[in-house]
Write a protein that binds this ligand. Structure first.
Ligand SMILES: Cc1cc2nc3c(=O)[nH]c(=O)nc-3n(C[C@H](O)[C@H](O)[C@H](O)COP(=O)(O)OP(=O)(O)OC[C@H]3O[C@@H](n4cnc5c(N)ncnc54)[C@H](O)[C@@H]3O)c2cc1C
Length: 432
């Protein structure tokens, strides 16, 4: 057996411009790539045909093909990471381990356990920044505390950005792989899943779209946004590549990528947001949490066409346009007074691009409880939102064929009443 460096793929499923992989390949030991289907995560997924698992599976297949051309083979395991690592250090002469950093609370505790195991076996575990442009304390206020408002954060982010943050870690220059014969991949059934038939947004960067982004991004009937979120989520595309592009061609697009870094930073500094209101003054809100109404919202049957269209798009495709995400989230938390955590959990189950940091940030923003959130008295009016952003109702008609027929439900609640009720309940909650 030869000494090896293991590269552990997680949310960075690509060979090109992959920071830790690049460092690993530059090192003295041949690199053995590993991927773990983590049963701690998989066991919590309810749908046996969960499309995210299919997405990962297809990406793993592609990685395996590319790695075979380099004379190596991805070692794919299924189980709890710590137990798998105990086996890996038996199966290989591991000298070093590389992975890219992941800022979610679960990932942080998982990596700490693996770090401790490796350390007690004399193996060092190195990690690099890859998923974001700035991490941890890199963008903080002058006094060292984290920003909790987006605009000053983004100004500092832009001021700190240099070409070195956007360099491409091209592994074309360095190729030091552990030469092994091809290993078969586990079958989807071995992981406990079936293949989903959902089609995934293409990994194509459309320059014209980015150039026109500021004009079209708010109209859900148009193809005005990149639809690359699932690729950013799983690292099948590099954030550095997209920031380079946004920086040169469209400030609005760049700003959205900065929102992504911002929410990652919030999760890093305030992991309690996963379960709690960021702003504690909202802890006294008495959510109505009506289960029947929640079901109607989930199913796209509230009688509010823009809300229902959004939920049906989500249920059918695993995607929802950002403008509509804001509308449906506001509707659930304000019109129906259902706890944002219910909506967040439903999105987490359905969104292909589900990302804890952005999802939590988006939900707390809509509920008014988050960092830099919409003030509680700003309640989206679904009708005026429709007039502004879907004026010809093309998006609505695409998803609600029975609109204007007796089959379409009447509104679950009157807008004016719901608005006043939300104002009262929020106000009482804050004063409590
Ligand atoms: C309630 C709610 C929940 C959300 N949940 C998620 C989620 O789970 N995962 C997720 O990636 N995004 C989430 N978003 C943010 C946003 O809606 C999506 O990133 C966007 O719709 C993805 O489409 P796109 O790739 O075409 O985006 P584009 O408009 O092309 O934007 C480019 C990229 O910037 C990032 N981005 C854009 N808007 C935001 C934002 N508001 N916050 C953080 N990042 C952003 C995404 O990575 C996106 O791919 C949520 C927003 C709301 C209001």
């Amino acid at each position: 057996m030869t000494d090896v460096c293991i590269f552990w793929f997680r949310r960075d499923l690509r060979l090109e411009d992959n920071h830790s992989l690049f460092e690993a390949l530059k090192g003295e030991f041949p690199v053995q790539p590993v991927f773990i289907f983590d049963t701690n995560i998989l066991d919590k997924l309810e749908d046996p045909a969960d499309a995210r698992v299919t997405f990962i599976y297809h990406e793993i297949e592609q990685l395996q093909r590319k790695l075979a051309e380099k004379g190596t083979s991805l070692d794919v395991r299924i189980g709890q990471p710590l137990s798998i690592w105990k086996k890996l250090i038996d199966d290989y002469r591991v000298k070093l381990v590389y992975a890219n950093r992941d800022y979610e609370p679960y990932a942080r505790s998982r990596d700490k356990e693996v770090y401790d195991l490796l350390k007690s076996n004399g193996i060092s575990f190195k990690s690099k920044k890859d998923h974001v442009i700035f991490e941890k304390e890199e963008v903080v206020k002058e006094n060292g505390t984290p920003y909790t408002v987006y605009t000053p954060y983004s100004k500092k982010w832009k001021a700190l950005l240099t070409e070195s943050h956007l360099r491409s870690f091209s592994s074309g220059e360095v190729q030091n792989w552990n030469q092994t014969s091809p290993r078969p991949l586990p079958l989807p059934g071995d992981i406990g899943f079936t293949i989903s038939t959902i089609s995934f947004p293409k990994k194509e960067v459309n320059i014209d779209l980015i150039n026109n982004y500021h004009e079209k991004r708010d109209y859900p009937a148009l193809q005005g946004t990149s639809r690359l979120s699932v690729h950013l989520r799983f690292g099948t595309i590099s954030i550095r590549q997209l920031v380079q592009l946004g920086k040169g061609s469209n400030e609005k697009y760049l700003n959205e990528l900065i929102w992504r870094d911002f929410y990652q930073a919030i999760l890093w500094h305030f992991p309690r947001v996963v379960d709690e209101n960021f702003q504690r003054k909202y802890d006294g809100i008495e959510w109505r949490n009506n289960e029947e109404e929640f079901k109607k919202w989930c199913d796209g049957k509230t009688g509010y066409p823009i809300v229902d269209a959004g939920m049906r798009e989500l249920n059918t495709t695993g995607f929802m346009h950002n403008r509509v995400r804001m509308i449906v989230a506001s509707f659930l938390t304000k019109h129906l007074l259902i706890d944002w955590r219910w909506g967040e959990a439903y999105f987490a189950e359905k969104l292909l691009d589900f990302e804890l940091a952005s999802n939590n940030g988006g939900w707390q923003w809509a509920a008014g409880t988050g960092v830099d959130a919409a003030p509680y008295f700003r309640i989206f009016n679904p009708y005026t939102q429709t007039e502004k952003f879907d004026p010809k109702q093309q998006y609505i008609h695409r998803w609600i064929p029975e609109l204007n027929t007796p089959d379409y439900p009447t509104p679950i609640v009157d807008h004016k009443l719901a608005r006043q009720r939300a104002l009262d309940v929020y106000k009482t909650g804050i004063d409590r």
